[in-house]
Every structure is written in C-alpha cells, then in structure tokens.
Design a protein. Structure first.
Length: 253
C-alpha cells in the first residue's frame, strides 16, 4: 500500500520488518506535481509483491536511486530496473545501472522535480541523502532513522565521517532548507532539528561512556559493549560491538 506524505513524496514500505529494519525498508516515490515521470529511491528487498506495489504507484519511472549499499535497500536493483526500464544511480558504482555514480552537490531534474545529492558518509562509506529543492524535505536513508538511532558499523562505518555528516544535515536544517526528514526506516520525522540534535548528543554521550569504560580497564570491544550497552537487548550486542569498534577507532585516531 502506498501513502502520500508530502506534495512530492509517496511512501511504500517493504514487508521486511526486523531489529535492524524497524517496520521495514521505506521505498520513496518522488514526482513533481502534475508531472508524469517519477524517481524511485531505495526499491528495497527483492520481494515480488513489494516491487509490484512500487511499480503501480510509481508508474513511469525515469530514475532509480540508492541511499547506500545495504541489501535491504539494494537487493532488488536488477529485478526492479528491468521491471521499470530505468537506469539506477548511487554513490557506489556497484549499484549503478546504465548511468554514472552520483556526485555530491549535483541537482537531479526529472520533469521539474529537483533533487540535490548530499553526501553523508558514516553509516556506510557510500551513504547519501537527497534534498528536495522545492520542499524543505530530506530523504535520509539510514543516516537518520525515524525511530531510535542508526548503527555505525566498523569497518565500513566511520564515526568521524558520521559526525561530520550529522553536522552537515544540521546546517541544512538551520538554513531552513530542511524541516522534515523522510528516513530509510520508521516514520516521517516532523521536527528535524530536535532529532538531529538528539543524534549528535547521543553519539557524544556514547563516546564519553566508551572513554569511561576504557578508563575502568575494559580493553576489547566485547568488554565495552557489556558495560556500555548493559541496558540494551543482548540481541543487539553484535551490532553494538561493530559500533564500539568504530568508536574505538575514532578515539584512537
């Protein structure tokens, strides 16, 4: 089922809920009012039913985009591009089809729909956001989630780059060009500044906790997780350990 969330954006959520995907992967369909062709962002997993719903809602697809390389966003790349007959672009050339990789700062234009590419490495090295030029809306992929906080998983995830990316998103909010965030998972974020500030504060709080754990004698990422993430469901500890490795790498750098 598709859901209109703004003048230019429609949401189709994949049926792949889970610990890391929350309610499922959000596929975004973008169309300029009155225009025929669309852009599809993150067609998601290779679930035939989901792809059919996306195709029906998107109709004439001019371009497929990916926010980052993780499989819950990219798995359907070949099935979907063949289904709709459109090229695909991403920052990582591996996820481009019949088109060049995205370039930070370029503005894509499909029948008047203007979308600015905003490089936001950190969650992954290829993480990319997309800003609607004519609406104060940012598609954030997994850089910012609709609920909870995202994982910066070592080695592809780099905490320093992620903090820089959060600062860049905050600048866009302060400039007034972003007020709402359409995430890769979870609900639409209506109060962008509050959420971005929470993300930044959360990362610095975790870094302080890791520093304290090191001062207490913890040395391995596993030891740090047991102390710092003691209040977190142990099911999430493997992901937390990857985050801690990114934090340790950041502190040691």
């Amino acid at each position: 089922m598709s859901q209109s969330v703004s003048e230019r954006a429609v949401l189709v959520r994949a049926e792949n809920p889970g610990i890391m995907t929350l309610d499922g992967t959000n596929t975004w369909i973008l169309r300029e009012p009155g225009a025929g062709r669309t852009i599809v962002v993150d067609p998601g997993p290779a679930h035939a039913d989901h792809l059919r719903v996306v195709q029906a809602a998107a109709q004439d697809v001019a371009l497929v985009l990916f926010t980052h390389r993780h499989a819950d966003h990219t798995e359907s790349i070949d099935e979907f591009t063949e289904l709709v007959g459109a090229p695909a672009r991403a920052t990582d050339p591996e996820f481009c089809r019949d088109a060049e990789p995205l370039v930070d700062g370029e503005v894509l234009d499909v029948d008047g729909l203007r979308l600015e590419v905003v490089a936001t490495p950190g969650h992954t090295s290829d993480s990319t956001c997309f800003r609607l030029v004519d609406e104060p809306v940012l598609l954030s992929g997994d850089t910012i989630l609709g609920r909870g906080t995202t994982v910066v998983a070592h080695p592809d995830g780099v905490l320093g780059a992620y903090l820089d990316s959060l600062a860049r998103v905050r600048e866009l909010v302060e400039e007034g060009v972003v007020a709402r965030i359409l995430p890769g998972h979870g609900p639409v974020i209506q109060q962008a500044l509050a959420v971005v500030d929470h993300y930044i504060d959360h990362r610095h709080e975790r870094l302080d906790q890791v520093r304290a754990a090191l001062s207490a004698g913890d040395r391995s990422a596993e030891d740090v997780v047991r102390r710092v993430y003691a209040d977190v469901d142990p099911v999430l500890w493997p992901a937390a350990e990857l985050s801690v490795k990114a934090q340790l790498d950041h502190l040691q750098g």
